[in-house]
Design a protein around this ligand. Structure first.
Ligand SMILES: Cc1ncc(C[n+]2csc(CCOP(=O)(O)OP(=O)(O)O)c2C)c(N)n1
Length: 584
């Protein structure tokens, strides 16, 4: 059997491919993104980015009803967006196997909140599998497709950042060819109107009963008996941590976290003197165990953020081995907009206008950080538009313009309906679409605005200006945000309107279009150390202890934004800094 070093995300993709998956569909979001990117490398699978997770879940449903296997991928907050179809898909069940991979982000490495998606499995009444390493990521994905078809249900796989992004050895197999069924009319199953749904609701409970029996018998859950003095119940990455922190402890490793193997849990509890649950985020397992009448010892471990072997070891009073929690001697590296980032020009102009800026999620969220400090809110994808509308209604900005800023991918994801709402309700305000031609934050995925598919093939690029005009927006203008003067002028004019306007700030991400401009440097004779260039927050511009700003020509891409804000003409072009052309 061939072995390969794989991340959890690569292994899920491999498991789906081996399962004969026909279509992979999702929306990018850390830490889930690479699942679909890897699945798309297999020639015999159709893989697509959808504009958002709800659409992805529905495309997957269509594939499944057509009798083919499908993998749907998203990050935890994406499941909020996809929750509407999911909660009814559980009634309907599947044609071909339907597996939805959701990746949680404990510790919020790259997310606006922490969510424990295990709750979704219980809430939506769908089975959920939770792997502990890359081998299980592959094996559980294969198992998930089997369970989906055997029990006629969508199946969730829950990953977390450490599973998705850590690599371990995986034994890989061959691709199964799955017999395909054709779509057959079956209104009682496919059409969820009240009369049909009431019947399926009863079936759903019966299915969960059958799945509970399966959970007790399957090899996804297992008892590892060691010292019976302490038994620990775990799932996911925490299994690895507990093995390292408490090598003598007996373990009940739960791979199927919904429905739980209640008989197995009771059996394990009877075999150990003390029973503990160690889990990241919500007390999902411990509260279920307590509701079974099982005594669970308090560990004192936090329900906030990630666990580590060190934290677990200390919670159980263990002194050895010495487990380090984090590498504390690394200098902090705050995230920054890249040199040459076109978002910077918009934030500079918004700062000049003292605008109240409702923000959104993407690279441009970094505009909230000093020195730009030009974004006042950030909630979830698409929220900038609705919030600009709501804040506008209150009049609380007291004469300051209210401006919503939203990236191109985010606009396609969930900004369009917000603009429609503003038009429909006669709202005033300004929305800036930061069109950098890509989904930069998650690694430059194509989207409906960029006109590139997941495989990089050309696709029709959404004409944002035409769309906004068609929605009924009074004024739609396009600017190049690298032209700071023009951007400030357009923003000044548009924010004075008492109707709705949309400004499309269009310039490609500095990481996708390589600059051929020469880098710039500061002429210290002319520089007055006023600090305006430093306040652009460009990583290429630093301030020496003397107060003198200097430009690191090795990372300057010559975008010219600092040249435009310098009132003393002290920033000048120099020759290429390095033989790779001075660009990124
Ligand atoms: C519901 C949801 N899905 C996915 C994500 C992950 N995510 C964060 S920002 C972003 C898109 C950013 O692209 P864009 O709006 O084009 O802005 P850019 O990063 O290019 O500036 C995505 C997909 C999320 N935070 N929430």
């Amino acid at each position: 059997m061939a072995r390969s070093l794989m991340s959890g995300n690569e292994a899920v993709a491999r498991g789906a491919w081996e399962s004969g998956v026909f279509v992979g569909v999702g929306y990018p979001g850390t830490p889930s993104t690479e699942v679909l990117e890897n699945l798309s490398k297999y020639d015999d699978v159709t893989c697509q980015w959808a504009p958002n997770e709800k659409v992805a879940a529905e495309v997957g449903a269509g594939v499944s009803y057509g009798g083919k296997r499908t993998l749907v991928t998203m990050k935890h907050v994406g499941l909020n967006v996809a929750a509407d179809p999911l909660f009814t898909l559980s009634y309907i069940g599947v044609g071909g196997g339907y597996v939805l991979l959701v990746a949680d982000d404990p510790g919020m490495h790259s997310s606006q909140n922490e969510q424990d998606s295990r709750n979704y499995a219980a809430f939506a009444k769908v089975p959920m599998l939770e792997p502990s390493d890359s081998q299980e990521a592959l094996d559980f994905t294969r198992a998930a497709f089997e369970i989906s078809e055997q029990f006629d249900t969508p199946v969730l796989i829950r990953s977390t950042t450490r599973i998705s992004h850590s690599k371990s050895l995986v034994e890989v197999g061959e691709r199964n060819t799955v017999a395909s069924a054709e779509f057959k009319q079956h209104p009682g199953k496919w059409v969820m109107m009240p009369a049909n749904a009431r019947a399926r609701r009863v079936d759903l409970e019966a299915r969960m009963e059958r799945l509970s029996a399966f959970s007790n018998e399957c090899d996804l859950n297992r008892i590892e008996m060691r010292d019976p003095a302490l038994g620990v119940v775990v799932s996911g990455i925490v299994y690895e941590y507990v093995r390292e922190a408490l090598p003598e402890a007996s373990i009940l490793k739960i791979g199927m976290v919904n429905p739980l193997p209640e008989a197995l849990i009771t059996e394990f509890a009877s075999k150990v003197d003390r029973l503990a649950v160690v889990e990241e985020l919500d007390p999902y397992l411990s509260s279920r165990l307590r509701s079974l009448g099982i005594d669970v010892v308090e560990t004192g471990l936090s329900t906030i953020g990630e666990l580590t072997p060190g934290l677990i070891s200390r919670a159980f009073g263990a002194t050895t081995p010495e487990l380090r929690d984090e590498i504390s001697d690394l200098p902090p590296r705050p995230p920054l907009l890249c040199p040459g980032c076109p978002h910077r020009g918009v934030y500079w102009a918004l700062g000049k206008l003292k605008a109240v800026v409702t923000g959104d999620i993407g690279c441009y969220t970094l505009g909230a950080l000093p020195p730009l400090s030009a974004m006042d809110t950030c909630v979830c994808m698409g929220a900038s538009v609705g919030m600009a509308h709501g804040l506008g209604i209150t009049g609380a900005a007291e004469g300051r313009p209210v401006v919503g800023v939203i990236g191109d991918s985010t606009f396609a994801h969930s900004g369009i309906t917000g603009v429609l709402d503003m038009v429909y309700n006669g709202a005033a305000g300004t929305i800036v679409i930061l069109d950098n031609r890509t989904t930069a934050m998650t690694g430059h995925q194509g989207n409906p605005v960029s006109g590139k598919t997941l495989s990089g093939a050309p696709a029709p690029a959404l004409d944002l200006a035409a769309l906004c005009s068609a929605l009924g927006v009074d004024s739609v203008r396009t600017v190049d945000p690298l032209d700071m003067t023009a951007t400030l002028a357009v923003l000044t004019e548009e924010t004075k309107r008492d109707t709705l306007s949309v400004i499309i700030a269009k310039s490609p991400c500095a990481l996708i279009v390589r600059s051929d401009a020469d880098p710039v440097a500061i002429d210290e004779e002319l520089c007055t150390r006023c600090g305006v260039c430093v306040r652009l927050g460009c990583p290429a511009i630093m301030k020496l202890p003397s107060g003198q700003p200097v430009i690191d020509t090795a990372i300057c891409v010559g975008c010219g934004q600092c040249v435009q804000v310098c009132r003393y003409d002290a920033i000048v072009t120099v020759g290429p800094a390095c033989d790779f052309g001075g660009g990124l």
